[in-house]
Design a protein. Structure first.
Length: 206
């Protein structure tokens, strides 16, 4: 069914607004999906703050010009296309569509726009295979946390060992005072306070 002039203008305005707000735009084929499968894909995208819109190529190109994006290579895109807008994580739309395509071969990424540049088919697929922002942040946090955990373990290790030793001694009945045997030193004669009497002179001296 052909669109009226007013309908085309309204669609261009909507596409222009979404293109200006989106952090990335992916082009995908989806011909052959059932209504239920399309609804399932839309729901998955919506949960990730993304959205899929079906649009005529000529209207998408006009909307891209209005959003100050590079000219869309619509002539190079085969068949009807859907535009997948990612409003949060710029990778979310591409990743969900790529994952969905593994069970539904009708869905194929064929290009996109990211960081103000046109993506080829291969580039859009490579983008979809990249780790998400949350995964990258978690990996980075783990890299920072790992040395701190090891350092804390080193610091706590001696204290933990000492605490375990105390607990084990307590379970065995506590500490007992042992008699320390010392070797007695040689007895010294007590000092006398009397002055010895002078000896008598011998006969040889007299």
């Amino acid at each position: 069914m052909a669109l009226s002039r007013d309908q085309k203008e309204a669609q261009v305005q909507e596409l222009t607004k979404k293109m200006g707000e989106a952090h990335s735009i992916m082009f995908a084929n989806f011909i052959g999906l059932t209504v239920a499968e399309v609804s399932d894909l839309r729901d998955r995208l919506r949960e990730a703050n993304a959205e899929m819109k079906v649009a005529k190529k000529t209207l998408a190109r006009i909307a891209a010009e209005g959003a100050n994006l590079p000219p869309l290579p619509v002539e190079e895109l085969d068949g009807p296309i859907s535009l997948i807008f990612s409003f949060g994580d710029p990778l979310s739309g591409a990743q969900i569509a790529f994952k969905f395509s593994k069970d539904h071969e009708q869905v194929k990424l064929i290009g996109g726009v990211f960081d103000g540049k046109i993506l080829t088919l291969n580039q859009s697929v490579e983008l979809a295979k990249m780790p998400s922002r949350d995964v990258l942040l978690a990996t980075f946090a783990s890299m920072i946390r790992s040395p701190l955990v090891k350092f804390a373990g080193i610091c706590n290790s001696p204290l933990s060992g000492f605490a375990r030793a105390l607990r084990q001694m307590s379970e065995k009945g506590g500490f007992t005072q042992e008699t320390v045997k010392e070797t007695p030193e040689a007895a010294e004669p007590p000092a006398s306070s009397e002055v010895p009497a002078p000896s008598e002179p011998s006969q040889s001296e007299s």
